[in-house]
Design a protein around this ligand. Sequence first.
Ligand code: HEM
Length: 226
Amino acid sequence: MNVTARIRVWDLPTRIFHWSLAGLVAFSFVTGKIGDPWMSWHLRSGYGILTLLAFRIAWGFAGGRTARFSHFLRGPRIALEYAREALSGRYHPFAGHNPLGGWMVVVMLAALLVQACTGLFADDEIATQGPLAVKVSNAFVSRMSAWHSFNEWLVVGLATVHVAAIALYRWKLRARLAGPMVHGWVPVPPGENWPQPAMGHTGLALALLAFAAAMAYVLVVVYPAT
Ligand code: HEM
């Protein structure tokens, strides 16, 4: 077993995914609020988010050990027990997402997927229409537009809780979580033996990303034109 003083906990594709997603979510929010003439960029940004989410779902099965859903999705009892310990100030570091953070990741990915998918059918009744709005009924377009507007605030709320939780970990529990999402490394706590988790293959990540982008292109460009 290879035990070192620090291990790489997030592979490069997961880190690039994270910061690209955070950037595009912020960009989509701002361009959506400004409206025209930025709505064409709002749509492009949404297609980028859709591509990233499709990639991340595939990476959750084929990526590095800590990026896999099977690694960070634990039962509700374990997550609640972890929350109780963290609230009482006892912090046990994890090589990867902790049991509560793992569920937060899935909830964030689901909310972002709802946001990107409803946007495909939305219509702002000014000058911007999602690429699939022409393929469905007006009633469905109205419903998806309403969901897109409502879910936007759910995404903002979740992102706020996410960033606030990371700040709280830093100040209350003295745990640095943001740095490892940048450089990938975490120190192994004294007295613990953490083996280096397997990292994902960057070549495979590029292939999955290209496939996700091709699927998004078919969905938003080829299919609406048929
Ligand atoms: C200053 C802003 C942000 C910081 C410092 C930050 C930091 C982090 C950190 C440290 C993790 C890993 C948590 C852990 O150790 O378990 C993480 C995961 C994650 N964050 Fe953020 N985050 C930020 C903004 C955002 C935004 C705006 C979004 C999207 C709404 C987002 C979505 C996610 C997702 C989906 C994951 C899971 C990553 C994965 O497993 O692929 N983050 N973030």
